[in-house]
Design a protein around this ligand. Sequence first.
Ligand code: GDP
Ligand code: ZN
Length: 461
Amino acid sequence: AQTVTEYDTIAAISTPPGEGAISIVRLSGETAVQTANKLFKGKDLTKVPTNTINYGHIIDPDSGEVVDEVMASVMRAPRTYTCEDIVEINCHGGIVGTNRVLQLVLGAGARMAEPGEFTKRAFLNGRIDLTEAESVMDLIRAKTDRAMQVAVDQLDGDLRKLITNLRQEILEVLAQVEVNIDYPEYDTDEMTTKMLREKAELVLSRVDELLQTANQGQVLREGLATAIVGRPNVGKSSLLNHMLQEDKAIVTDVPGTTRDVLEEYVNVRGVPLKLVDTAGIRKTEDKVEKIGVERSRKAITQADLVLLVLDASQPLAAEDRELLDLTKDKKRIVVLNKQDLPQQLDMAALANLVPEEQIIRTSMLDVSGVDALDKQIKNLFFGGIENSQSTVMVTNARQSGLLRQAKASLKSVLSGIDAGMPIDLVQIDMTAAWDKLGEITGDAAPDELITQLFSQFCLGK
Ligand code: GDP
Ligand code: ZN
């Protein structure tokens, strides 16, 4: 219910909020250059060549007052980010000055851009497909180098190429089926059926391979929810502090979004861990800890991975056993801490409760064993795909949801053939698979979905 005309001139601050040295007001649309020119004192921007950077000042047209000293980049359609005329005004006057420039631009006839609208235009103008648009979003949010690489590959169009090829395969067989239906006198039913089956099996196996990457892709994007649990004094805070050391902690400031809860992320060998309920571990310094099993229970429920810390210099306590039991069906690593002290933990008793491969021995005092811990986390996560750096990965729930629907249609094709269903019914399922794959790239995406998808972007992208 918004009055948005596509292709009018939109504007937004494109740099993250804060006190950066330079911030950029970006304009895109048919009248981007004229609009900026109304406020710009320097060269006539409507006459400068494309892809030039022009020194000048932004002037308030009402008062004649100089608002900021700027560099204005002019990029003309169609070879721009949005395929439209773009002006980027590089402001130097801090966030207040930048906001004033934006206000003036809006006063001069531009409309405030919606989140993601610049990228949406790139899509609507045919420059990128949906998987590439989504990867722009992933790039903004990427939490580790590895996640960044996956996003960059998608921006390159790897996933698009793969999906486009699969659709082409389906299209070929559908065309062939069409021909055979049109010439029933050739009695080619058997051939047609065979061809349909072969294609359905081929595409299905590719879709399955893609779906296998979806879990990892999702985690790369969202972070693996990780809880550190254990009874008081076993070394949880020490472990947490170690994990939060510089170069491992990930800054999670996502421009244009607000977060109710401060989330902490750490990067363990390319795996982003999203730490669950660290407040409970933290605020108890110098006091007797009262995290309690109840609170741990909640953290454990939320977690994909549990790091259960035990004090190896103490006998196994009732609370340890309770936590071991609570986490037994979870992806878990049992950290036997305080290896530097005389060992009191009954290993035989522990062996009955925990498989050896889940156990890592550490000392937070002399920082030993933490490498092994990092390695274990990485192995748990990447498992078999570790070495396939170039694998196309499905990184979000929308994509994997559509793949699952395509898979279901392909299975119906196969079961339909097995049940001896008429070819034209089987054909319907094959077409459905083609449609679902098309929604992934946006070749067959409903408008509503596109709007919803782009609204998740940050302002100014
Ligand atoms: P938490 O209560 O589980 O968070 O445990 P802390 O990390 O606060 O550690 C409790 C106490 O044990 C502190 O005095 C730490 O210095 C000490 N501690 C932690 N890890 C080790 C370790 O590996 N060896 C030894 N000797 N002391 C440790
Ligand atoms: Zn503590």
